[in-house]
Design a protein around this ligand. Structure first.
Ligand code: ATP
Ligand code: MG
Ligand code: MG
Length: 350
């Protein structure tokens, strides 16, 4: 059988490996860390740094197609991998999603609504942004942020200095604060031949910048639902995308606003494991392997709850629940804010 190479060895890589195995593929992962979630289930682990060109070449030799579970793959690694094996989704999706400023510019060029934004590299830029975009606002590092890390809220002009200091010298983006009623996301997939399939939008609740729950169906009207799916398809088509993408949206009275995109399987798509015949992980493997996509149909309503840090103490009780599908990542060390697993509860038929 063919081998799928996965860059990154976290829980997303683990669940991709499991899905790949179910379809008869072998997997190899590339991950500097040793005892990582994907290493427990992948067939082969290339344990090297992204600067190690020889290791990258060995990894490419072992794989028939290469994909990734996180968006911060260094460009230098892509330079080595791309001539050797197909990398799906492609470089363009990484270029756009690695930098919040590039991403916002891409989205607005597509005609999609985003928060008002401006680049901030120093105090002068920040004062100008406060002036032009107004308050409240959020300052975010352009690169490497996740789970709300690298962000600072500004409520009053006096917050400027502290917010800038929180960026620790990194280039930042200033975003006007969106007064949304709730947050939803679309998990969308595009196949090698250009066909697009979307899962039903899920409704997301964050706590302290970290995803807490996703609920399907989301509170959306028929027109909003159609809009969410159409705008996701527009993004995938523009990028000539192959694979699964997460598109995070704010729901406002004026319409849907795109928060950010993730060129990979997404935490807010974990509900698909127990709500659909084919989940987001299998869908992604199908796409990158050039298989036909599943249609994304949902058979059940689901609430997905993340197990973060000490939530792991609840596992024995969850295991006694009759209707709680547990997905644990096998991480040895519990840390505050660390995603340790999730639980899907089917709440009824779709
Ligand atoms: P993720 O873990 O999803 O990658 P992240 O660190 O990239 O998160 P964002 O998605 O940009 O961060 O922001 C985290 C959360 O903060 C959002 O889901 C939303 O609740 C809130 N937020 C971010 N930007 C804005 C904004 N412009 N207006 C209002 N709320 C926002
Ligand atoms: Mg993000
Ligand atoms: Mg986000």
């Amino acid at each position: 059988g063919a081998t799928i190479g996965i860059l990154g060895g976290g829980q997303l890589g683990r669940m991709l490996s499991v899905a790949a195995a179910r379809l008869g593929f072998r997997t190899c992962i590339f991950e500097p860390g040793g005892d990582c979630p994907a290493s427990h289930v992948a067939n082969n682990h290339f344990r090297s740094e992204y600067e190690d060109a020889d290791a990258l070449r060995d990894f490419a030799a072992a794989a028939d197609v290469i994909t990734y579970e996180f968006e911060n793959i260094p460009t230098s690694a892509l330079d080595i991998l791309e001539p050797l094996k197909p990398v799906r989704p492609g470089r363009n999706a990484l270029r756009v999603s690695q930098d919040r400023l590039v991403e916002k510019a891409f989205l607005t060029d597509l005609g999609l609504a985003t928060a008002p934004f401006a680049a901030v590299d120093d105090a002068v830029d920040l004062a100008q942004s406060i002036d032009e975009i107004g308050l409240p606002a959020i300052l975010k590092t352009r690169r490497f942020g996740y789970d709300g890390k690298g962000q600072a809220r500004l409520r009053a002009p006096g917050d400027a200095e502290g917010a800038l200091a929180a960026m620790q010298g990194a280039s930042a983006i200033y975003e006007g604060f969106i007064e949304f009623s709730h947050e939803v996301s679309v998990i969308a997939a595009r196949g090698l031949g250009g066909d697009v399939a979307c899962f039903d939008p899920g409704e997301n609740v964050h706590e302290g910048g970290i995803l807490r729950t996703t609920t399907v169906p989301a509170r959306l009207g028929a027109a909003q639902r159609a809009d969410a799916v159409l705008l996701a398809a527009k993004i995938l088509n523009k990028l000539d995308y192959v694979g699964v993408m997460g598109v995070e949206l704010f729901v406002t009275p004026g319409g849907l606003i795109v928060n950010e995109i993730a060129p990979r399987v997404h935490n807010s798509g974990h509900w698909t494991q127990n709500g659909c015949a084919v989940d987001q992980f299998e869908q992604h493997i199908r796409a990158v392997a050039g298989w036909p996509l599943a249609d994304g149909a949902r058979h059940s309503n689901v609430v997905m709850e993340n197990l973060i840090g000490d939530d792991m103490d609840r596992v024995p009780a969850l295991a006694r629940e009759g209707n709680a599908a547990l997905h644990l990542y096998g991480k040895a060390e519990v840390k505050p804010g660390r995603k340790m697993g999730h639980v899907n509860r089917v709440t009824g038929p779709a």
